[in-house]
Design a protein around this ligand. Sequence first.
Ligand code: SF4
Ligand code: SF4
Length: 240
Amino acid sequence: MAKPVVKKEYTLTERIYLWEILKGMKLTWGHFWFNFKACWRPGPHTIPTCWQYPEDRTREISPVFRGEHYLQRDDKGREVCIACGMCAKICPAKCITVKKGKREEGEEDKYASKTYPASFQIDLLRCIFCGFCEETCPKNAIVLGREFELARFSKEECILDKRKLLLNYRKAKEEGKLKPPKKRVPVVPAPPKPEKAEGGEIKKSKAAAPGKALKKPVEKVKSTEQVEATQNKEAAEKEK
Ligand code: SF4
Ligand code: SF4
């Protein structure tokens, strides 16, 4: 049912707008004086609503922030990536390229696993920083770090190769910006498969299924010869 529109009668103060303008100005001036007084407070963040970036870089970054990627090394300084390609597979922007290499004898101190990424590229221009690569990595090898200054002067600089990714790791380590290792979600084993039901049980279950009528067994029509043969057999048995 349609709702009837009632035309509101405005009062005189509402019609001249003066009171409403004064109310708005009061709010604006309140904010202005609050920020103006805050300018003279001691401390790095003088204005509470503004961060004085880039002069002031002391602002804490959220622990869940996703910035520029780096490739981790283990405690012995070896590359932990196994070049499984799962990050490249899951990447929605298709901006990761991984080429696998096999570890040779004597390279155990360089690579933690038998396989390693011979080349690893991330195109930052296409990356949407979703973090799927980090989530899916089985070795916690790829991490989206805390580096947020991503401006570059050329497209080529936006391609992160393995050398840059490892350099990012070293830089983050030196600056104490490494992310703590993630707690892996425990893998719940799949429930055991139900054993194959026997023929009788399957029939029962079929009958119990709603909307499915039981099929009547079709009687085989006997031929006249077969009927005669059975009649003769019965007669012979009676004579005995
Ligand atoms: S970074 Fe992780 S997911 Fe990607 S190839 Fe290396 S081990 Fe696999
Ligand atoms: S953050 Fe997302 S888009 Fe960027 S490389 Fe990782 S999976 Fe791809």
